[in-house]
Design a protein around this ligand. Structure first.
Ligand code: SF4
Ligand code: SF4
Length: 500
């Protein structure tokens, strides 16, 4: 398929020229390592955008792989949590995650038996309604795995209500060093394509568009093959691929709107309403197809272990695995290593307690940053931050305004448009922590505060907004407990809890 046009936003950051990619370039060719089998997992009940789930197990309970251990509170916007190992629940206590979220966390000690719930089997009857698909995805606890954290079923439901005419799949993963999404595209292109097609059908559109970097030739080939294979099951879906220039933060929805549709979205605008499109991360689409096809809930993810670590790699990790066990599974940290980052190099969060910090559904990478002397001088007015800000802001000016207690002026200067990409802090030769201050201000009034993986999300989804066809209305602890013959069966939140 000949594609001459290359899409991009303007300004921004050509990451390839700015960061050391010596380790990254080889990632995509590396064999995906086996799954980590941790000694224990720590499962936070709030890994998503919305309310915390409520534990439905207690200390001493035995659990199996795939078992639901926490359910959304009745009538609340939330998501279930599942165990990716079998073993014994030893503790339920409160945890504070690096992104500031505080919630109950369920600790499960691994019995190394990998006993699975019986409901995780291939679904024979694929004659599913739109509500069936949304229900399966909701019950599988799937949220935007690119870092967004919005429950995927709710986003699909909103796309359906806005009658979007295309579903976009973000396969760009532009942040330096992180390659987990690229690995998903390389290893499971069929799952991504089938998941995207099923989701498109569920939200009533017949067009799926994959966004990939022009430099990912190997992925392009795998994607084209997967699209051909999907034609038999999804004949009515029209697939397309759009090539994007390699730069960071390519793939962020407001920049995609600009690049693809020429539309400038404000911080309160949505892609669904303004562009009649909905955007999902490729790892999310892969998880959706696992749930639809094989009844597998969101309990594992691929994590990139990267930076100053001897053997950087991608690895399959049960959600809840402590960061220390992820690092131990594949790498020796170099002598030059500095801070440990929960997430990717520019947008991740520094952590100090890897033994007690778990991988959550949104953690795409663990990055070991090189130890280096940070310059600390006043602004030298080089203008680099403004030249590279993808949102066209003047970070040095906004920073000064906020520092001097002038939030109104900062707002007039566009501070609320900050997408917390981290470029200005990274690029500043004076070592001024611009992002931290500006992003914190931009996220005020949103669901989570500073340093949140969810900082760009306004609280736009709620139970009233979802309306009569609530994804969560009948999704509650009582319903699940009353499932007598198979407590782990996936129960749809529609039609009185029909089993699928
Ligand atoms: S963190 Fe905000 S202000 Fe800084 S470059 Fe990114 S969008 Fe611009
Ligand atoms: S990059 Fe740093 S030193 Fe340069 S103008 Fe911006 S704040 Fe000032």
């Amino acid at each position: 398929m000949a594609r001459s046009k290359r899409y991009t936003y303007h300004k921004g950051f050509f990451a390839d020229n700015a960061l050391d990619f010596s380790k990254r370039s080889s990632f995509i060719k590396e064999i995906l390592l086996e799954r980590v089998n941790p000694s224990k997992i720590i499962l936070p009940c709030k890994q998503h955008y919305g309310f915390s789930a409520i534990p439905v197990v207690k200390a001493g309970d035995q659990v199996k792989v795939g078992q639901c251990v926490a359910l959304p509170p009745k009538g609340k916007f939330s998501l279930a949590v599942h165990s990716g190992i079998s073993g014994t629940v030893t503790e339920i206590s409160n945890i504070r995650l690096p992104n500031g979220i505080e919630c109950p966390a369920i600790t499960i000690v691994n019995d190394m038996k990998m006993q699975r719930v019986p409901s995780m089997i291939h679904r024979e009857n694929m004659d599913l309604t739109s509500n069936d698909v949304l229900g399966i995805i909701s019950n599988a606890g799937i949220c935007g795995m690119g870092g967004e954290g919005i429950p995927t079923a709710a986003k699909l439901d909103r796309a359906r209500r806005y009658a979007v005419d295309q579903l976009l799949v973000n396969c760009l993963q532009s942040e330096p060093y992180a390659t987990s999404d690229l690995m998903v595209m390389s290893e499971y292109p069929g799952y991504v394509v089938m998941g995207a097609a099923a989701c498109a059908r569920a939200c009533g559109t017949s067009k799926v568009v994959f966004l990939i970097s022009e430099q990912r030739k190997m992925i392009l080939e795998a994607l084209e093959n997967a699209i051909n294979n999907a034609a038999e099951d999804f004949g009515e879906i029209k697939f397309d691929i759009k090539l994007f220039k390699e730069r960071f933060p390519q793939g962020y929805y407001r920049l995609v709107a600009k690049a693809l549709f020429g539309t400038t979205l404000g911080p309160d605008d949505t892609l669904e309403e303004s562009c009649k499109a909905v955007l999902f991360n490729c790892s999310t689409m892969c998880a959706c197809w696992e749930a639809i096809s094989d009844n597998i809930p969101c309990m594992n993810r691929i994590v990139t272990v990267t930076g100053d670590i001897a053997t950087g790699h991608n690895i399959i990790v049960p959600i809840g695995t402590p960061v220390s066990e992820v690092l131990a599974a594949g790498g020796k940290i170099d002598d030059t290593a500095g801070p440990l980052i929960w997430g990717s190099a520019l947008t991740g969060i520094k952590i100090t307690d890897p033994e007690n910090t778990p991988i959550i559904k949104l953690t795409n990478a663990i990055t070991v940053i090189r130890k280096q002397e940070q310059p600390r001088t006043p602004c030298i007015h080089c203008g680099l931050c403004a030249q590279n800000c993808p949102m066209g802001l003047s970070p040095h000016i906004i920073y000064e305004m906020l520092k001097q207690g002038m939030p109104k002026k900062a707002e007039e200067e566009g501070a609320r448009n900050c997408i917390s990409c981290g470029i200005c802090s990274y690029i500043c030769p004076a070592g001024i922590r611009l992002t931290q201050r500006i992003a914190s201000f931009a996220s005020e009034g949103r669901i989570i505060g500073e340093n949140s993986l969810l900082h760009n999300t306004h609280f736009k989804y709620n139970i009233e907004e979802i309306g009569d066809l609530s994804l969560l209305e009948s999704y509650n602890v009582d319903t699940a407990d009353s499932s007598d013959d198979d407590p782990d069966a996936v129960i749809l939140p529609f039609e009185g809890g029909k089993k699928v």
